[in-house]
Design a protein. Structure first.
Length: 883
């Protein structure tokens, strides 16, 4: 690998407070896509404890025009301009440093710093700074522990850039000579540079208003291109819901007079929480029934909530350094999960989150990119916005909330926000505030942040009918991960309830306690192993364990299929009903893989209980739909020492088909019943749940028997929303129905020009579990709906193929790896961050059977041998190949 493409490693233990800080920033921009001039005036102050240190400002891909100190222009021998920094030796303890630089937004395909977006005839300019993009705009101490107050003035041609925006409150605007105009913004809240944002261009706007619980009137705006502004109404509703919810649930009010959201189709991530000026990937902002699925509606709610909640968890209290990233992201994901759970379906959201945890985080933990929630080293920070930092980070917060209780957690979070408002904090600060507010010591929880790997929780149950005692033995074990050979015991909260054989709740009376406690309780396993003894247990109990998925561990226990059936029928924790069905399905999958077919008796138990479930009109239809949907192949293969993806595919398909065939009658009945009432709009949770189940029934029916494809054809024709149309299309494609290709064409024609819907059209083709999908994806890269420079297109086609189509991706001849390898190289030349993400799909080579292992590894090596790779991609390749 070429050396110039890797960055030096940064270590957590090397953290030092900055030698200089910036207290005040004035920025002036003359915006022009071809050449933007940025003038900066920084008030800098020395840390008295670090005398003699020069001022080192991060600076990348910038043309320096001028440097002044305290008003005096510096000759070139008075500063040093390197590839990534501008260094100025300063004598005193305080100075005013001014710089003028030129940057070129229109050629910035990396989409970091200032760049251009939008249709060819109306390009607009916008920024993305997290994590280290601000240094591509102006020389600065671009690190999150440097908080400054910003005043920003924008100037631009008024006809091309009528809308000008930056963080904070508006502070004047006016016309200039030559058809230009200006606008000024003041952000009263000190912030780190990664939260800086500006937008300039011709965008349409919608406006609403919100009065905070503190009585502040806030003007709310959403800005988007003309063809999209009509689809921003739902996002505006979501914003107001989020603002109210954060007041009611966490006592957090908004703190500026305006809140702006801007939509763009050119964005590497989902959305960004810039202070008072969020920027959104259009995918997570636009929604209307014709052009957005029910899932898209819920994603808009969640992402608008997420970015809004960062205003406290991230912006008012920010991170000391990027090792603490989960401090804002894990906490904010948790807040976002709670928001959607309170407003929509808690059980559905929990199941979806656990599926993501298993698919993305457990597999990350099991591979070469495993790292702790708080990593201790990085070379490219962009590569640490991972499932571990986000999803496992949120799980840690969820565990803390469960051990502190709802009120205790609220008290703790209040303490955290109060104590660290306006400052940059650490994980220790977070645990300290939560612990102090509750009079407990939470330091044992630091281990969850510092230790990588998924703990395995072994549970063993023993009932003694004579003594009426029931013993539950819990033990934990975490396998070594790169750089961490030895693991310590973690505090693991295990929520438990007991049921009798008829599904009745049994009292929980721990030996030694005066009386039975609540019928559900959280046992905390703090050591390698512990036994909990319950007394007065009248009969052998069915144990409902890890209720609500109370800890992010892999549960391993030997449990009778009959007990799981009791849970599928009766567990009053919706999540654990699904968890029981999943556990039974995994047993059947393991049988199918080892013996060529699932064992008859458990299969019968499983299908009979799910048949009842499908017919149960009292259950949440979304939960029923989830119970019909098997875990994906990667998650099923998780415990295998060596994976043959084709064998995994076949075993999974066998179980899936067996279920479908056993359930035809109830599925058909339910499908018909749900078809009669497919009214209800896209924001209606109950209507969404019915559509979810209806589409799950349809998929299973068509899998059981091609005779049912007429139902899919009819649904495709009649659909009045994207969810049903896409659901039917997907079924027609999977079944290779005669009408499938005509349906694909009809779909593309109907949605021509709509980038987001066409992304779905790309994904639905890329995820078809057929070997020849490889060639189809290659062909689609030449389609007019696909552009290599657009991250959404790349994720929709190649990301979907690499991460959600294991059968085609792992094709035995290596063609899938080839396709992804080539794509990674191509994207790396345009958008390194996206290439690095895509490349993680090639990280799992070690666990594959020997032929594929060699093929995938060769693809990684081929990539690594290329010249001129980005630091982002080099880092992923080096870690994927290491060891
Ligand atoms: N701060 C991030 C956006 C971000 C990520 C910026 C990586 C720079 C690098 C934002 O708050 C975020 O987490 N966005 C998520 C969506 C969210 C709902 C989990 C994203 O972009 O995927
Ligand atoms: Zn976030």
């Amino acid at each position: 690998m070429s050396l110039e493409s890797s960055k030096p490693v940064v270590l957590l233990r090397d953290y030092r407070a900055p030698a200089w800080c910036v207290t005040d920033v004035e920025l002036e921009f003359d915006l022009d896509p071809a050449a933007t001039i940025v003038a900066a005036r920084l008030v800098v102050e020395r840390d008295p404890a670090q005398p003699g240190a020069a001022l080192r400002l991060d600076a990348e891909q910038i043309e320096l025009l001028e440097v002044r100190v305290d008003g005096e222009a510096l000759a070139e021998d008075r500063y040093l301009l390197g590839a990534d920094a501008l260094t100025i030796p300063l004598a005193g303890d305080r100075a005013v440093v001014e710089t003028r630089v030129r940057i070129v937004p229109e050629t910035n395909t990396a989409l970091q710093g200032l760049y251009a977006s939008g249709s060819a005839d109306s390009r607009f300019l916008l920024t993305q700074c997290e994590a280290e993009g601000f240094r591509r705009i102006t020389p600065f101490l671009d690190r999150p522990d440097v908080l400054a107050r910003y005043v920003v003035t924008l100037r631009a041609d008024k006809a091309r850039f009528p809308l000008l925006l930056a963080n904070g409150n508006a502070d004047g605007a006016g016309d200039l000579a030559d058809g230009r105009h200006w606008a000024r913004f003041v952000d009263p809240h000190p912030k780190p540079s990664y939260l800086f944002a500006l937008v300039g261009g011709r965008l349409e706007s919608i406006e609403d208003a919100f009065v905070t619980a503190e009585g502040r009137r806030v003007r709310l705006f959403i800005h988007a291109e003309a063809d999209a502004i009509g689809r921003c109404g739902w996002a505006m509703q979501c914003l107001k819901l989020a603002m109210r919810w954060d007041e009611q649930r966490f006592g957090r009010c908004y703190d500026l007079d305006v809140f702006h959201i801007v939509a763009t189709h050119d964005f590497t991530m989902g959305a960004m929480e810039n202070k008072g000026l969020n920027v959104f990937n259009a995918k997570y902002l636009l929604a209307d029934p014709e052009q957005a699925t029910d899932d898209a509606y819920r994603h808009v709610l969640a992402v608008v909530g997420h970015e809004y909640f960062h205003n406290w968890s991230g912006n008012r209290v920010t991170c000391r350094d990027w090792f603490q990233l989960s401090l804002k992201e894990g906490l904010t994901v948790y807040r976002e999960q709670e928001f959607e759970s309170d407003l929509a379906s808690r059980t559905l959201r929990r199941i979806e989150d656990v599926r993501v945890l298993w698919r993305a985080q457990f597999s990350e933990d099991a591979g070469p990119l495993a790292h702790p929630v708080r990593p201790d080293r990085y070379s490219e920070i962009n590569n640490f916005y991972t499932a571990t930092v986000y999803e496992k980070g949120a799980e840690i917060v969820r565990m803390l909330a469960s051990v502190l209780g709802r009120d205790g957690f609220r008290r703790g979070l209040d303490r955290y926000f109060e104590r660290h408002d306006g400052h940059a904090a650490t994980v220790e600060d977070f645990l300290g505030a939560l612990g102090d507010a509750n009079g407990v010591d939470l330091t044992p929880w630091l281990a969850w942040y510092g230790q990588a790997g998924t703990p395995v929780l072994d549970a063993e149950a023993h009932y003694d009918a004579r003594t009426r005692q029931f013993e539950l033995t819990l033990a934990q074990h975490t396998a070594p991960t790169p750089g961490q050979p030895r693991k310590q015991a973690l505090p693991i909260p295990v929520a438990v309830a007991l049921f009798d054989a008829d599904g009745g709740r049994m009292p929980l009376h721990l030996d030694g306690e005066a009386a039975a406690g609540a019928p559900e309780r959280v046992l905390t396993l703090a050591a390698d192993r512990a036994t909990f003894r319950f007394v007065g247990v009248a009969s052998r109990p069915v144990v409902s364990l890890l209720r609500g998925y109370s800890a992010p561990v892999r549960l391993r226990r030997s449990v009778e299929a009959d007990d799981l059936v009791v849970q599928i029928r009766h567990d009053d924790d919706g999540f654990n009903r699904w968890f029981a069905a999943d556990a039974l399905a995994r047993q059947l999958f393991a049988d199918a893989l080892a013996q060529g077919a699932p064992a008859a008796r458990p299969l019968g138990l499983w299908t009979r209980s799910l048949a009842e479930t499908v017919g149960d009109a009292a259950l949440d239809p979304a939960l029923v739909a989830e119970m019909l949907t098997l875990a994906d192949a990667n998650s099923l293969a998780e415990t295998l020492a060596e994976v043959d993806p084709e064998a995994v595919y076949r075993a999974r398909a066998q179980v899936e088909t067996a279920l479908a065939q056993a359930l035809v009658a109830p599925l058909l009945a339910r499908y018909r019943a749900l078809s009669d009432d497919d009214v209800g709009d896209a924001v209606d949770t109950a209507a969404q749940a019915r559509r979810r189940l209806r589409n799950a029934c349809l998929a299973a029916l068509c899998r059981a028997d091609a005779a049912h494809l007429s139902l899919a054809e009819a649904q495709f024709e009649r659909a009045r929303n994207l969810t049903d149309r896409l659901g039917a299309l997907s079924v027609l494609l999977s079944a290779q129905a005669p009408g499938a290709s005509a349906a694909l064409d009809a779909f593309a024609a109907r949605h021509a020009g709509d980038m987001l819907v066409l992304d779905q059209w790309l994904s639905v083709q890329a995820t078809q579990a057929l070997p020849e999908t490889v060639e189809r994806v290659v062909a689609l890269t030449a389609h007019e709906a696909f552009r290599w420079a657009n991250p959404n297109n790349v994720y929709a086609l190649l990301g979907a193929f690499a991460l959600r189509n294991p059968r085609a991706f792992h094709r035995a001849d290596g063609a899938g790896y080839r396709l992804v390898g080539e794509a990674v190289a191509r994207v790396d030349a345009l958008t390194p961050q996206v290439a690095a993400r895509l490349a993680t799909a090639l990280g799992g080579w070690r666990r594959l059977e020997p032929v594929r292992r060699a093929l995938m590894r060769r693809e990684l090596e081929r990539l690594a041998a290329r010249e001129g790779l980005s630091p982002d991609l080099s880092d992923i390749l080096a870690r994927s190949l290491a060891g």
